[in-house]
Write a protein that binds this ligand. Structure first.
Ligand code: SAM
Ligand code: DTB
Ligand code: SF4
Length: 331
């Protein structure tokens, strides 16, 4: 594991939004912040459209990493049923169902520290066959080296999801089996291979506002900013070290979405894990603050998601439509 002293490559620092600017945005009166975020949102996106992705867990549990929030870590006793790598046919079946339900992107997630070399042929076949269905492809498989990133890109992978999760300072309180720089290195390999970056974090890990400011600073300092930014709200899982953490206040969650929208105006902001615990009002505020992408379907990787019926009801009430266009040429 590499030792970290500095997290932002010097070349990216020049363009990055200042920490003090992010702090000032957080401190704005709520209505001023939301008004500003909605203005920025309208300049860059259709405010009445959301992009839909569907997740599939292609390898579940027994992960060697010790992420304190995760049901799939082999370090915690979560009683999760482990599953080996899925066969390609099963993945295609689920991708077809996702497309039929209106999803434009299919995201395949595996509980690995990094993908084993022996699985690369199956993984590249999954990418090719999902892409042949006319879906955008995304994977999240843990750390990648340059060669793996290039193999996945050649197979047709559009996006790679790899989150920074929290601030550099809070990271060691949540994960000890890898460091921040490891995450940044994989993100760089993904960029160098020519794929789009999906990178965000989790709120509600017992972090302070200052940690949230530093997380957003890191994300907006990636050069360029990630095309897709998932904002997860902790789903506290029994048996993990974070099972009893105090839930993050909804208003602070919305503020974070709004600040992210302002400082990363071209990025799709995905309201990710934890949406199931949000009532209609909170979700509506998140959309108003600039969230414009969600995971559809009944399940995320191991936890429940809102499901199509509930999503269609709320989105129709809000007059928000699922975007039908792929995003691979946007930004
Ligand atoms: N193993 C891969 C990795 O860590 O990059 C991919 C899968 S991992 C489950 C993807 C992301 O899901 C994590 O980085 C984290 O941000 C989010 N996540 C996992 N468990 C969560 C939970 N209980 N609540 C909220 N977000 C969670
Ligand atoms: C991301 O940031 N959130 C998604 C996706 N990327 C892979 C995963 C959420 C996982 C939620 C917990 C679970 O289902 O186990
Ligand atoms: Fe493993 Fe990813 Fe879960 Fe961490 S978040 S324990 S790397 S599956």
């Amino acid at each position: 594991m590499s030792q970290v002293t500095s997290y932002i490559p010097p070349a990216a620092r020049a363009n990055s939004v200042k920490l003090s600017t992010i702090r000032e945005l957080y401190e704005l009166p709520f209505n001023d912040l939301l008004f500003k975020a909605q203005q920025v949102h309208r300049e860059h996106f259709n405010p009445n459209e959301v992009q839909m992705s569907t997740l599939m867990s292609i390898k579940t549990g027994a992960c060697p990493e010790d992420c304190g929030y995760c049901s799939q870590s082999g370090h915690h006793n979560t009683e999760l049923e482990k599953e080996p790598l899925a066969v390609v046919e099963e993945v295609i079946e689920q991708a077809k169902a996702a497309k039929a339900a209106g999803s434009t992107r299919f995201c395949m997630g595996a509980a690995w520290r990094s993908p084993p070399s022996k699985s690369m042929p199956e993984l590249t076949r999954m990418v090719k066959e999902v892409k042949d269905l006319g879906l955008e492809t995304c994977m999240t498989l843990g750390m990648l080296n340059a060669e793996q990133a290039s193999q996945l890109k050649t197979a047709g992978l559009d996006y790679y999801n790899h989150n920074l999760d929290t601030s550099p300072g809070h990271y060691k309180n949540i994960i000890t089996t890898r460091c921040y720089q490891d995450r940044l290195d994989t993100i760089q390999h993904v960029r160098d291979a020519g794929m789009k970056v999906c990178c965000g974090g989790i709120l509600g890990l017992g972090e302070s506002r200052e940690d949230r400011i530093h997380l957003l600073y890191q994300l907006s300092s990636l050069n360029p900013a990630p095309e897709s930014v998932p904002i997860n709200r902790l789903v506290a899982i029994e048996g993990t070290p974070l099972e009893d953490v105090e839930p993050l206040d909804g208003i602070e969650f919305v503020r974070t979405i709004a600040v992210a929208r302002i400082i990363m105006p071209n990025s799709f902001l995905r309201l990710s894990a934890g949406r199931e615990s949000m009532d209609d009002g909170l979700q509506a505020l998140c959309y108003f603050a600039g969230a414009n992408s969600i995971f559809s379907g009944e399940r995320l990787l191991t936890v429940d998601n809102n499901g199509q019926v509930a999503d269609e009801r709320l989105l129709s009430e809000l007059g928000i439509k699922a975007s039908t266009q792929n995003t691979t040429n946007v930004v």
